[in-house]
Ligand binder design. Structure first.
Ligand SMILES: Cc1ncc(C[n+]2csc(CCOP(=O)(O)OP(=O)(O)O)c2C)c(N)n1
Length: 268
């Protein structure tokens, strides 16, 4: 599936999932829809994901609160039955709002406590390296998540272990749960920070599929790579874009209808 179509499908599914479950984090999921779509379209072998092949690409969502985007992607590429999406966030469902691997094929690890998924991703990358496997590990983190000290411990560790098959993508939308990252704990220049920690690093538009694809291919011989993806939280629905109310608010009534209309007008 073309990544632009997958990204649209992800947003359309997420809207209905979050609406039905009265769940939060729609802005966080919309922010990464293009990144997730590019990863699953061009960097993962769907058959290997289905069979759990040991050489499968590992895609890990460290900002686990945006799990709806991952479940939607897995359903759209045929790893999960689409009807399962209807259960998202309901009592007894396997699809908990913070992404879970428990009984969910295609999800590598459960996350939600920010700052932990990146460390687990580094461990997974190291395990592959030690076993002589060639798989790549991609981990998506938030810019607010980078306020966590454990992220920087991982950054040191990954360089020390020369985890050249590890790529971290930072969803740099400038917002976190309760405000702007620059006002809460400013991460300043992430690209130069990563370079000074010995990583390969570059900044791209996180909604430009061609730019993302090119940047994600760009691995270094002996360094881990960080892609700082400039994004807009809530991307895709004008009244959610850069409006942090949509970190927690769920779309109901007129808001839901207007969001459906806006997305339908963008149908690729
Ligand atoms: C350790 C930890 N502290 C606090 C939270 C609550 N929390 C959930 S989402 C969020 C904001 C994270 O910001 P960012 O990583 O930038 O994500 P985005 O704004 O893109 O959703 C916070 C603080 C959490 N999940 N884990």
């Amino acid at each position: 599936m073309k990544s632009e179509i997958l990204a649209w499908n992800i947003r359309r599914d997420v809207l209905d999932m979050v609406h039905k479950a009265h769940a939060s984090h729609i802005g966080s999921a919309f922010s990464i829809a293009d990144i997730v779509a590019v990863l699953y379209s061009y960097f993962a072998d769907i058959n290997q994901l289905k069979t759990g092949d040991k050489e499968r690409t590992r895609i890990i969502l460290s900002k686990g609160h945006a799990g709806a985007a991952i479940y939607a992607a897995l359903a759209e590429i045929g790893i999960m039955d689409r009807s399962e999406l209807q259960t998202y966030g309901t009592d007894g469902s396997k699809l908990s709002c913070h992404v879970s691997h428990n009984g969910v094929k295609g999800v590598e690890i459960s996350t939600g406590s920010l700052g932990q998924g990146v460390g687990m991703a580094a461990g997974i990358a190291l395990a592959g390296k030690k076993a002589g496997l060639n798989y790549k590990t991609f981990v998506i983190a938030g810019d607010g998540e980078c306020n966590e000290g454990s992220v920087w411990e991982m950054v040191l560790f990954a360089r020390q272990q020369k985890l050249n098959r590890l790529t971290m993508i930072i969803d740099r939308n400038g917002l976190q749960a309760l405000g702007k990252t620059e006002e809460i704990l400013d991460m300043l220049d992430l690209e130069s920070k990563f370079k000074s920690f010995g990583w390969n690093a570059r900044t791209v538009n996180g909604h430009d599929h061609a730019a993302l694809k090119e940047a994600l291919q760009d691995a270094d011989e002996d360094k881990p790579t960080c892609i700082i993806a400039n994004t807009v939280k809530g991307k895709g629905v004008s009244f959610m874009e850069n409006n942090n109310l949509w970190h927690y608010r769920d779309p109901q009534g007129e808001d839901y209808a207007n969001a459906v209309n806006e997305l339908e007008r963008q149908r690729p």
